[in-house]
Design a protein around this ligand. Sequence first.
Ligand SMILES: NC(=O)C1=CN([C@@H]2O[C@H](COP(=O)(O)OP(=O)(O)OC[C@H]3O[C@@H](n4cnc5c(N)ncnc54)[C@H](OP(=O)(O)O)[C@@H]3O)[C@@H](O)[C@H]2O)C=CC1
Ligand SMILES: O=C(O)C1=N[C@H](C(=O)O)C[C@H](O)C1
Length: 240
Amino acid sequence: MLGARGRVGVEVCKAVEAAPDLELVAALDKDDPIEGLEGAEVVVDFTHPGVVMGNLEWAIGHGIHPVVGTTGFDEERLATIRGWLAANPGTNCLIAPNFGIAAVLMMHFAQQAARYFESVEIVELHHPNKADAPSGTARRTAELVSEARGKAGLGPMPDATTTALDGSRGADVGGVHVHAVRLSGLIAHQEVLLGGDGEILTLRHDTMSRAAFTPGVLLGVRRVRELPGLTVGLEPLLDL
Ligand SMILES: NC(=O)C1=CN([C@@H]2O[C@H](COP(=O)(O)OP(=O)(O)OC[C@H]3O[C@@H](n4cnc5c(N)ncnc54)[C@H](OP(=O)(O)O)[C@@H]3O)[C@@H](O)[C@H]2O)C=CC1
Ligand SMILES: O=C(O)C1=N[C@H](C(=O)O)C[C@H](O)C1
């Protein structure tokens, strides 16, 4: 485990230790030598967008399959990881912007609903210690929605805004506006707002405890060896 003393890492370590079929080889955090991972088959990374690429390069180079919850991935980073995997055949990597089963379902339902609505916007709400905005989950949801709209032949969404304060319309991810709230008291939440003629569908997901991420992480740990190369998202492991 990398990020073992972090908010999610603590929960993952507890879950691995409680699982009779898994062994916690090393629980490492900042400043621990990464060589402590030697001998592990899988490494779980919940660290920081600024350090995760170095961790993955080392793990893949040493034939250890990464299961990654850390966020901040874009196409350029994914292409780099694909290159490392190609140079180390037999090593796989699973990156999921959200390991919560309900969160994965929310993303899937948003993708399915997207083609029926003229307008879609996403509001993500998180604790104020989060480093990246928008969240990995919101970014991925927007990409899935954008792809579904493209396949359905939907054009740009109606928006008459001609003057706006910087940031007031949120980030544009593939034409989908994403708004990020950072507020004490929150953990991780998201609303996908889908608007049509005279009606609105709201899909809302709430994370009530970080233990919610652990069943998905353990599923990834158990199955990453059978997922060739790079897999983004938990969907294939849930038959979605
Ligand atoms: N995919 C998913 O389902 C989820 C993803 N996340 C993502 O996971 C990441 C971590 O979240 P969270 O647990 O809340 O964050 P935390 O800051 O609580 O935990 C990260 C931990 O990693 C440590 N760390 C920093 N650098 C290294 C390093 N090089 N090697 C090992 N450990 C290191 C940090 O130490 P220090 O504090 O000293 O820097 C900290 O203890 C974020 O990117 C977040 O967005 C979060 C929840 C769910
Ligand atoms: O930082 C967090 O807390 C979370 N990060 C992930 C994200 O960026 O989507 C997953 C979840 O939202 C919690």
